[in-house]
Write a protein that binds this ligand. Structure first.
Ligand code: ADP
Length: 163
C-alpha cells in the first residue's frame, strides 16, 4: 500500500493513537495523519495544538506526516492521493460507530477502503475524553500519553484553574 490516511480528532493524542499510527506506518510507504479541525465535540486543544502535539508524538516515524483538514474525510483522503484510511478499534465500544460511519462513507466514496487495526490490549480502556476528565481532576496521566501531551495537559488545566 502506497499512501494511507489516519484521520481523527486527536484531542489530545494518546499512546493508543501512537500505537495505531506506528503499526499502520509499517504497512504503507506514507502515512498521513489527518487532524480534523471541527469534530462535533467540545475541544480542549486548538487545531494547531493538536497538530503540533501529534507531530511530536510521531516524529520518530520517518514515513508519517501530520496535517489538519476541514473537508469531508473522504474528500481529504482523495486530496492526499490515497484510497485507504485507518481507524483503531477498541473492544465493543468503537465497532458500531465505525461500522455505521464506514457504510455512510461508502455512499460518498465507494472506491475508498477502511482498514481497521485492533487496539493493543494495554490501550483498550484509553480514550481522549476519559483522559481529559482525569487530567482535569489532577490525575497523573503521564503513562498514557507522550511526554509533550502530559505537559500540555498540566499547563492547560493550571491555566483554567487560574481563570
Ligand atoms: P474520533 O476520530 O472518533 O473523534 P479519536 O480522535 O479519539 O476519535 O480517535 C481517532 C482514531 O483512533 C479512531 O479510530 C479511534 O477509534 C482510535 N482510537 C482512539 N483511542 C484509541 C486507543 N486507545 N487505542 C487505539 N485506537 C484508538
Amino acid at each position: 500500500m502506497k499512501i494511507a490516511v489516519y484521520p481523527g480528532s486527536f484531542d489530545p493524542v494518546t499512546l493508543g493513537h501512537v500505537d495505531i499510527a506506528t503499526r499502520a506506518a509499517a504497512l504503507c510507504d506514507r502515512l498521513i495523519v489527518g487532524v480534523y479541525e471541527a469534530p462535533p465535540k467540545n475541544l480542549l486543544f486548538s487545531t494547531q495544538e493538536r497538530v503540533e502535539l501529534m507531530r511530536q508524538a510521531v516524529s520518530h516515524l520517518p514515513n508519517v506526516e501530520v496535517t489538519a483538514y476541514s473537508e469531508l474525510t473522504m474528500d481529504f483522503i482523495r486530496r492526499m492521493g490515497s484510497r485507504a484510511y485507518v481507524r483503531g478499534l477498541r473492544m465493543n465500544s468503537d465497532f458500531e460507530r465505525e461500522f455505521e460511519m464506514a457504510l455512510m462513507n461508502k455512499v460518498f466514496a465507494s472506491d475508498i477502503e477502511l482498514l481497521c487495526l485492533m487496539c493493543s490490549q494495554e490501550y483498550q480502556f484509553l480514550s481522549s475524553s476519559l483522559l481529559k476528565e482525569a487530567a482535569a481532576l489532577g490525575a497523573d496521566v503521564s503513562r498514557l500519553v507522550p511526554d509533550a501531551v502530559a505537559q500540555a495537559l498540566k499547563k492547560k488545566f493550571a491555566a483554567r484553574r487560574r481563570a
